[in-house]
Design a protein around this ligand. Structure first.
Ligand code: GLY
Length: 129
């Protein structure tokens, strides 16, 4: 597979991942993630977290109820054999509790591993800007 095709495949998987989070779609999220997923993210208060239970807590609360639009800004894909690092800014437009539009922004680094003929999300670091 050419690097271009691989990059497209990775960006598609990465977008599906972000859309599954916005939709609260746990089945889609778990399909893309290795069960031993690790991360740093603001909800973990500076702690390194391993596994899916931490993330499932938020999915159990349900996805956004109103319209959501996700923009993946300036994605950069670094391929290193069967590992890829995608870094980007995520913008999520949604409505706040009063129905006013707000935009959430985060800086994200997401690591993917190719195994068994497909890409698995294995680690991420998310910072809220
Ligand atoms: N909080 C879950 C994720 O960003 O993948």
């Amino acid at each position: 597979m050419s690097d271009d095709k691989t990059v497209n495949e990775l960006l598609t998987a990465n977008r599906r991942l972000l859309e599954s989070i916005a939709a609260g779609d746990w089945a889609a999220y778990t399909e893309l993630c290795d069960p031993s997923l690790t991360c740093f993210e603001p909800e973990a208060r500076g702690q390194w977290v391993e596994g899916m239970d931490f993330h499932q807590f938020y999915f159990n609360l349900g996805g956004a109820s109103g319209p959501v639009n996700i923009t993946i800004s300036c994605p950069h894909v670094r391929l290193m054999g069967d590992v890829a690092v995608i870094s980007f800014i995520r913008l999520v437009q949604k409505l706040d509790g009063n129905g006013s539009p707000v935009t959430a922004r985060s800086e994200e680094t997401r690591v993917w591993e190719r195994r068994e003929g497909r890409w698995w999300h294995v680690h991420f670091h998310r910072t809220v800007g």
